[in-house]
Design a protein around this ligand. Sequence first.
Ligand code: OGA
Ligand code: FE2
Length: 542
Amino acid sequence: MRDRVGRADAPRGSSSSCKRLPASGRACRFSSGTPDPATRGTQLRDRVPSRLQILYLLYCWGLEFSVGWAEKLDQLTDTATKDPEGFLGHPVNAFKLMKRLNTEWGELESLVLKDMSDGFISNMTIQRQFFPNDEDQTGAAKALLRLQDTYNLDTDTLSRGNLPGVKHKSFLTAEDCFELGKIAYTEADYYHTELWMEQALKQLDEGEVSSADKVYILDYLSYAVYQQGDLGKAMALTRRLLELDPEHQRANGNMKYFEYIMAKEKEANKSSTDSEDQQEKETEVKKKDYLPERRKYEMLCRGEGLKMTPRRQKRLFCRYYDGNRNPRYILGPVKQEDEWDKPRIVRFLDIISDEEIETVKELAKPRLSRATVHDPETGKLTTAHYRVSKSAWLSGYESPVVSRINTRIQDLTGLDVSTAEELQVANYGVGGQYEPHFDFGRKDEPDAFKELGTGNRIATWLFYMSDVSAGGATVFPEVGASVWPKKGTAVFWYNLFPSGEGDYSTRHAACPVLVGNKWVSNKWLHERGQEFRRPCTLSELE
Ligand code: OGA
Ligand code: FE2
């Protein structure tokens, strides 16, 4: 099949007053400080040369070298130096940057090599080794496609850079759209191939001046459409291609093949029975009714979760909390809000200061590395597409700030932190996420925390150390809860029932960051040491 209906050329490999919560559920008004802007992006930063000038030059080169280019250079230099995080915390900018520094750099290099101005050449060659490679470029493209799905973003909206919460708007050219379509095509992702090729075509039809070629686009587009079973549309597109290039060999061949298939289908349709149609309809209905976890997760990430009934919501409160008459908090209790009832999730407000956050981040930064998960088959730690972030562990011994934070968690949860894991710091860049998971070890993985000798993860404490411009919520798909990041706050929940049984309703996820950069740190508290602090009960599921 692939031989008959295929694309003309193989794609390149590339290639305070404390009030009861109102209906909205989150307007407990305590006085609180203003949050800082989002923080540095480490995922991209690793691949971006320190010399931003080269980057501006490339941007400039990618724009126009015609009239006024010097002003554009000035403008870009200004924006990017003042706010590199804000600039790169935009998925469209991120993808464009990867493309510029990977594909287009090579082109620029050969261009400049022709003109032997040696200082510039050696500078470029040195910088090249730090630049993104094909894998990074494809990664940025895939992140963009993933974000498009999760957040239901319309291709045109994304291409025009109309995202919520963006500081530096950026748009995709027809050529960028074509590139995204090609990457989707190499992944055999014909759904996105169609969307992006169509967008490229639309922008060309609207008169955009581009090096992208309509014949090539139509070639990919008709193939993607055919692969998804829309024969009529594939034929119409091939017809359009042939109007532009009547001699196009394979398009001519494909056209004949499509006609043949069409005729055969018509024949088959005549003899199909009603009962088959009925059966098809029934399975369709079933498909619609069943909401897989992925769909629930994505809905919650978009903030489309089912709302709690007002009656249930009325039972969520906020309060000043003194850690059960803990001497350190009697005179200065902390603000606590109920986020959810079952499982009980509480949020502490103004619980970590901006200075503490900066210290924790500075300690973690040199140690951040791609977060890993346990491979259930080999038992070894590996990286996985479902957990995309960078993380580092901080011990209480290395800094009084970390130690103070640990004590704070102990005071406010009433749980012993000496058996807890070290403080984990995590940073999610654009597209960074952690798909639904349990923090505790299940019965079928009894060895999960054996080495630690401290039992299972009884509870999770999670600090939000940044605001996120768009996306990045912590969601609980089993129960429909979404918790939005807010700098300086922390959430806490128990993963186990007092009996020691795992509470499956605590399954949760970190939604992909759409715009900006997300920093969190968390403490996993363990069972040992809590025997008198949280005694077990006789009933299993309470
Ligand atoms: C985790 C986790 C949630 C978040 O690290 O285990 O669930 O929002 N994080 O980062
Ligand atoms: Fe988790």
